[in-house]
Ligand binder design. Structure first.
Ligand SMILES: Cc1ncc(COP(=O)(O)O)c(C=O)c1O
Length: 385
């Protein structure tokens, strides 16, 4: 199998597995217990928290562990709106957010919150002037993702945060796809809330976190015990939290040692090879301001779901847009926002590579993919002709 779906999820780093192992065995305490086993679990959680806050650039900030990026996004949007209700009733989000933000915003709209979706250009980059216009009095929160999961475009979040800050509005960024890949310094950029998730960076699934600037208001979604500073009730997932702390440590070391340029080199080779061997391909997303491991490409004349299945049969794992929307007949709202015609949207495939991807896998993918596309295009022509 050639796994080219790192934006969906990543394999565990071996270091992460080793770090988690004791917490699945003898170090099994509940972090709320007062005895030694509890203290041991609590210590491990606090170590992971400190590691992640340090990586975000605010060791004195707050970090709430959640069940993943989706819960962190829900907590950010509903939590801020809930805490500030009465002071305003408006939320501003970009039109290419992951469904964890997009659908949460829609759900809040159904409850009477005024929601503005800010457009992007044809490269998937946020329109800052439209954002400025959208942040009107009564706005409680602006949420713009740091990098898009489908096309990989990196958003001008520092400029977006500045607009929010100048208007006295809180700013949230969904950094699930970019944490550990694109530099982020929350204090420098004056960002109030950040969502992150472990399984996109070599950590376990089912764990994430919401960063909160000291003093930022938030209403909890879950009620129960006083866990996570009274902001997220429920016994903490100690092994997963430890795994997330280690994944952040390893990912940031790799970022510092330049993994990004090696990924970009492999990604660019895949892109150039496909462009050379497959006629009429189109790359979706900004070619420069893009995650180094992401390549979203359209193969007009080739239905994306058919191509995905054919590649799967040939041992290559890819996605059509976001994993969360695959299986739904609706074209991706991200590609729709970028203004693409239907043939480009319905033939779009996302290749995403990461720490385990080898040059040999790229070579092999370049041998396998072109004839598969050719066969599907020919079959489609026969059917229509
Ligand atoms: C940008 C973005 N936000 C949020 C999520 C959801 O994160 P999780 O899978 O941890 O719930 C994802 C996952 O694909 C994502 O790509």
């Amino acid at each position: 199998m050639i796994y080219l779906d790192y934006n969906a999820t990543t394999p565990l780093y071996p270091e992460v597995r080793r770090a988690m192992a004791p917490f699945l065995e003898e170090a099994m305490g509940n972090a709320s217990s007062l005895h030694e086993k509890g203290r041991e679990a609590r210590g491990a959680i606090e170590e992971a928290r400190a590691e992640i806050l340090q990586a975000l650039g605010d060791p004195a900030g707050r970090l709430i562990f959640t069940s993943g990026g989706t819960e962190a996004d829900n907590l950010a949007l509903k939590g801020v709106v809930g805490a500030l209700r009465g002071k305003g009733n408006r939320l501003v989000v970009s039109s290419i957010e992951h469904s964890a933000v997009y659908r949460t915003a829609q759900a809040l709209a159904e409850e009477g919150v005024e929601v503005s979706f800010v457009p992007v250009d044809s490269n998937g980059i946020l329109d800052l002037e439209a954002l400025e216009r959208a942040v009107t009095p009564g706005t409680l929160l602006v949420s713009v993702m740091q990098a898009n999961n489908e096309v990989g475009t990196i958003q001008p979040i520092e400029a977006a945060a500045r607009i929010a800050q100048e208007k006295g509005v809180l700013f949230h960024t969904d950094a699930v796809q970019s944490f550990g890949k694109v530099p982020l310094d929350v204090r420098k950029a004056q960002i109030d809330l950040v969502s992150v998730s472990a399984h996109k960076i070599g950590g376990p699934k089912g764990i994430g976190a919401l960063y909160l600037r000291q003093g930022a208001p938030l209403k909890p979604l879950l009620h129960g015990g006083p866990h996570e500073q009274n902001l997220r009730a429920g016994t903490q997932a100690v092994p997963a939290i430890v795994g997330m702390g280690k994944a952040v440590e390893v990912t940031f070391k790799e970022m510092e040692s330049g993994i990004s340029s090696s990924l970009a080199r492999k990604r660019d080779r895949l892109e150039a090879g496909l462009r050379a061997c497959v006629p009429e391909t189109l790359v979706n997303g900004d070619s420069l301001r893009r995650l180094s491991g992401t390549l979203n490409m359209s193969f007009p004349g080739c239905e994306a779901a058919t191509l995905l299945m054919a590649l799967d049969l040939n041992g290559i794992c890819v996605s059509t847009g976001s994993a969360c929307s695959s299986g739904s007949a609706e074209p991706s709202h991200v590609l729709q926002s970028m203004g693409f015609p239907a043939p480009r949207m319905t033939s779009s495939i996302r290749f995403s590579i990461g720490w385990g991807t080898t040059d040999e896998e790229i070579d092999e993918a370049l041998v396998i993919i072109p004839p598969v596309v050719k066969r599907i295009r020919e079959a489609a022509l026969e059917v229509s002709g």
